[in-house]
Design a protein around this ligand. Sequence first.
Ligand code: AMP
Ligand code: TRP
Length: 341
Amino acid sequence: MRRVFSGVQPTGDLHLGNYLGAIRNFVDLQEEYECLYCVVDLHAITVWQDPIKLAANTREVAASFLASGIDPKNSIMFNQSQVPAHAELSWILSCVSRIGWLNRMTQFKDKAGKNRENASVGLYVYPNLMAADILAYKASHVPVGEDQKQHLELTRDIATKFNNDFSVEFFPVVEPLILGEATRVMSLRDGKAKMSKSDPSDNSRINLTDGTDEIVQKIRKARTDPDVLPGPEVLIEGDLKTEDQNKRPEAFNLLSIYSALSRQSLEETLKQFQGMQFSSFKDELADLSIAKLAPIGEEMQRLMADPGYVDNILQEGAIRANNIAQPILKEVHQIIGFLGK
Ligand code: AMP
Ligand code: TRP
């Protein structure tokens, strides 16, 4: 079976990294796969969320899915807390997953920071819930940005251990789909930091709801270096050489963003802009970003002004998701030896 599952947290400003690393790929996969796209509100509360903002952010993520081209008649989109199978399977998988495995998760280390004793238990077991999201539907493919690779490896380990522990071939071993030329979009202010919702500087990211002026300003202010743009000599078999990447992280970030937005290879972009000054390249990048992103931002604003419409779509999606997950959960109960019909 070819079923896709992915999730996005409703934790604030959605940005270009979320779009290029995840949401745009969700749209592309709809033709070929049966797709479930989830606003993962249970994941969001692993750090405290203001209830009013959580509800607004949930609608914002849903609006971004719709505005980007997800067809809710075809794909199933819903918010996680409406389908009990996620929380339930998460408990079961927490009994399969190992403390040693979770201790290796770099996202927990980053998010918990120095004060690890004070992080929520939910933040620690976050990857088990993510495994439950995927396995509750026996999804085979998971489109994500590069930062989620480690969590998907853990999902594979959990699925394999469950199958071994109960001598079944029940859960699939999921394949990550890390697609496009911008699988890890970096901050516009620091080419060594990931573009992130939680960066205090709004200039570090292009938000999907940014208007034309903000997009232009942020790209103009984006950090660069004094040299002209490089050419294809920085590639080896189509991939960027690490030493070049490390020397000019900001330049390659902007070039990757341009490549992804224009759906061309990095090699083509390098050939196109070789020897050009950053100022001219930034004008081109701003024009392209506006052409691709501004219509999405406008449609998101329109949808967010109609919360009833968005809420209905999530509700209908939850019913369809539940219909897939319930029989799978029932089989899980039988495999484990839980009594009940
Ligand atoms: P999150 O906002 O953490 O729920 O992420 C939602 C999706 O966006 C996940 O698939 C992430 O891997 C992806 N993503 C988040 N930040 C970036 C980034 N800077 N570059 C590429 N993908 C990203
Ligand atoms: N952890 C993912 C992120 O922060 C979001 C997520 C939750 C997810 N459950 C998922 C992604 C299941 C893919 C599949 O980006």
